[in-house]
Design a protein around this ligand. Sequence first.
Ligand code: ZN
Length: 430
Amino acid sequence: MLASSDRMFTRPAGANRHPVIKETMAVSTVGPQRKSQLLQRFSSVAGLDAQTSVRRENLIRALGLIARGPDPVTRATIARQTGLTSATASSLVAELIDLGLVAETGLAASTGGKRATGLEIERRSYLILVAVVRTRGIDAVLVDLTGRTVASHRVEVSGGVDIAAVVDAAREISRGHEARLLAACVQVPGVAGGGIVVESVQLGWRDVPLASIVEEALGAPTSVVNDVDAEALTEAVDAENGTVRLVVHLGEGVGAAVTTGSTLMAGATGRAGEIGHVRVVFEGGRTTCRCGLSGCLESATSMSAMLGDAYTDELDAHDTSLLASTPESRERMGFGARALSRALRIVSALIDPQEIVIAGAAQALGPHFLGTVRDEFEMYPAKGTSPVRIRYGRPELGKYLGPARYALAPIFGDALPLTAEGKVAPVSPG
Ligand SMILES: [Zn+2]
């Protein structure tokens, strides 16, 4: 499909040919054997005998307790919170340590008797690869089991990103760390489901079995996720179980995603959230959309529709704010905010979210745009619906936590929160 990947790569002047290692990745004792042992241990394939299956569930529960803290967790905490015997709790911890997932820290604070040994997630063992495929390049990073990005690598591609470029970028960043690479996630603009890129208009791809291609190249289980879904998963890193959240992405296009807790609602064909080409403008002032129809949400509310053709998804927040400060942009933003709030009103009446997050590049539009969306939303309250908080996304979360968690979900479920800070508020039972 590609004669020479080198020809496709244009590297910006001064860019490193090699991945930027942000901090020293400590040498780990984890080897290929231990990794395959771990993957086998946590495999959820049907047909596990009951005992193995219960043990796996208990390992995941213990791992989740250690990861979520907030105080240093001990073997006694695990026994208490799971209702298992201390002998079983100790044996679970021994296995987690043996697999390289958990380390002993110093002594935990005394609860009266002898001070017990604290436990924490072993940062130095395994890594997760996240590759974010953009229309003009690829960002590949390695994330540790607490969510910290430990290495990053950016590739700019001219003439369109192809599959070989994704595989090359993933290989480049993970070189030398293959034995520690536990899982990978590739994020793409387009419809993705079951490891397959069903359709990406932006990339010109259709029915690409990307997960299996990358998985074979890396030797690690790989998932594929849509870019707006990934953004919603990142916003959901600290979501409590059961929190329903609608995330709307504003960029060159418009998309949405719904999460419950930290789980994505994918829809029957992986297309849940494809809201951009729903017609919401019926009166005058509607313009032709890039899909060929007119009055689509995207034709009114995309960043390009509001800020003009000078906007691209590669712009930084500062330049985007500048574009948003002109009188023409202001007027179009007012129109866009009204169209958006109309769409949000209908969707939120359907799904009853606690929160609506306007993400993507939208934060650079400033408080006025958000205020207009909120005002318009409140102006026509739908009888019988609850008030909904509307806010901007949190760019400070970065863009890798959601995809990294998505990569780990088939192995550990939701056990590792990957909040980068390590500990978050305990998740309420559900
Ligand atoms: Zn359209």
